[in-house]
Design a protein around this ligand. Structure first.
Ligand code: EPZ
Length: 424
């Protein structure tokens, strides 16, 4: 297996360019099959989640051509299968976007229950409730979700009981080809919801209101091919902003939309970092001490849950007592016990984690418990004295492109090493 080896204690300085947004890419690639035509998608991140979702399209009969590292062309004319294989589906959460996309195009879909990071129960009741409102029959047998709408999908008013990114995306994918008007109320408002709506509209769909809590979709009979460039990754950008602040560095993070970063920038300033905004870049620097703060994670525009593990690292070396209250997931603090191995003083009670700032962290053997928990381990390793090794890095590589190259370019000492599987 491969591990990351980090020699901590170096200040990050220089510039990092952020890639395309993972959570937009994994929704937009499935959406491409709605047209039965050719779509060119640009600014894709080079991460394993993008390869897996592309392989799912290939398994269904689409032709996916890699034009360059960040550009693919999807030819969905020959898609002839509506059942996703078990093996591919369980590799990632977003495989369930094939439900909405296949239902929209073929009025039927079979997709095994998806994989993805474990944060306690991850129900899909809101997806199924919405598909049923659109006229689909839903079933679950041997771990495979099946949807059929023999009479086609019909627009409906759907009020989600919880704000769900996945359900909002899945219902958008189905509703764009349904007959008549669909209204999704209590919709998620994340930047990638807006990006998906823009992509669908560029294929001839009629989606309005994305980015607000009410999305209106007037179904269309036909959709066509398009060329579309994905937005920059808000969470990758935020992760490097925190790495800059944690190491007392000075980093210009390029190719971002500063508006998407507001909740993160505000917290960094509150904690004592300096944040300068430019048109499509943000500079983060810090020379003074870090101050404690409290964070409550919430759906967008609140503080993103996908940034809380990285924030925890800053809190662990800030003066005073900080807390994180997790407002989205039932159980997203598995990574805390790994941070403790590096000397972090933390305690978790239910949905609240408390961090008492310490002066220094010390290198140790840790593992990535999930994607963002893994990002937190990398940041913690960068500020720990001596060497840290990080196992189970496949979690990290699902969502961070060229992490080592990007960090080394700004002065980090991090490399990959292959070790025996029983390495401890
Ligand atoms: C997306 O997951 C992201 N994944 C997650 O990012 C992110 O943490 C999450 O949104 C919240 O922002 C992708 O986009 C691929 P939800 P998703 O449906 O869609 C409950 C990362 O690190 N819920 O918005 O699965 C659910 O239990 C990943 O990049 C229901 O009750 O999240 C949770 O408490 C990890 N019933 C809340 O809603 C449902 O049917 C939000 O979940 C669906 C969700």
């Amino acid at each position: 297996m491969d591990i990351f080896v980090v020699e901590g204690g170096r200040r990050l300085e220089g510039s990092i360019t952020v890639g395309g947004a993972k959570n937009a890419a994994v929704a937009i690639i499935p959406a491409a099959i709605l047209s039965g035509d050719i779509c060119r998608i640009e600014n894709l991140p080079t991460i394993s989640d993008v390869s897996v979702i592309s392989q799912i399209l290939v398994q269904l009969g689409a032709k996916v051509t890699q034009i360059s590292d960040s550009v693919i062309e999807i030819d969905a004319r020959e898609v002839n299968c509506t059942q996703v294989s078990q093996e591919l589906a369980r590799n990632m959460r977003a495989s369930y976007y094939m439900l909405g996309a296949l239902l929209g195009r073929f009025s039927r879909a079979k997709v095994p229950m998806p994989g993805g990071c474990y944060f306690g129960v991850r129900p899909i009741d809101q997806h199924l409730k919405g598909f049923e409102a659109l006229g689909a029959k839903t079933g679950l047998r041997d771990g495979v979700i099946s949807l059929t709408a023999p009479d086609g999908l019909k627009g409906a008013r759907i009020q989600l009981d919880v704000v769900s990114v996945g359900a909002t995306i899945n219902l958008m994918l189905g509703a764009v080809r349904a007959e008549g008007l669909t209204i999704i109320e209590r919709a998620a408002r994340e930047p990638h919801i807006v990006d998906l709506a823009n992509f669908l509209n560029s294929m001839g769909a009629d989606v309005r209101g994305a980015g607000t809590e009410t999305i209106k979709i007037r179904g269309v009979k036909e959709m066509h091919g398009t060329t579309y460039s994905i937005i920059p990754d808000q969470i990758e950008a935020g992760t490097y902003m925190i790495a800059a602040a944690a190491t007392g560095g000075d980093v210009m993070i390029q190719n971002i939309i500063p508006k998407h970063m507001e909740s993160i920038s505000r917290k960094l300033v509150e904690m004592g970092a300096e944040v300068y905004e430019y048109d499509d870049a943000i500079r983060v620097t810090r020379s003074g001490p870090l101050r404690a703060c409290n964070v409550l994670t919430m759906p967008h525009p609140g503080f993103p849950t996908d940034m809380q593990p990285q924030m925890a690292v800053l809190m662990s070396i800030a003066e005073g007592v900080s807390t994180i209250t997790e407002g989205v997931w039932e159980n997203r603090f598995q990574y805390v016990s790994e941070l403790v191995k590096l000397g972090v003083d933390a305690e978790v009670q239910g949905r609240v984690a408390t961090f008492r700032g310490v002066e220094r962290l010390k290198g140790a053997h840790v593992k990535a418990t999930d994607l963002r928990g893994g990002a937190a381990m990398v940041i913690a390793a960068l500020i720990s004295e001596g060497e840290t090794t990080i196992r189970e890095i496949y979690h990290i590589e699902r969502g961070y492109e060229q992490l080592i190259d990007k960090l080394v370019a700004v002065g980090a000492a991090i490399h990959r090493r292959t070790v025996p599987n029983d390495y401890e």
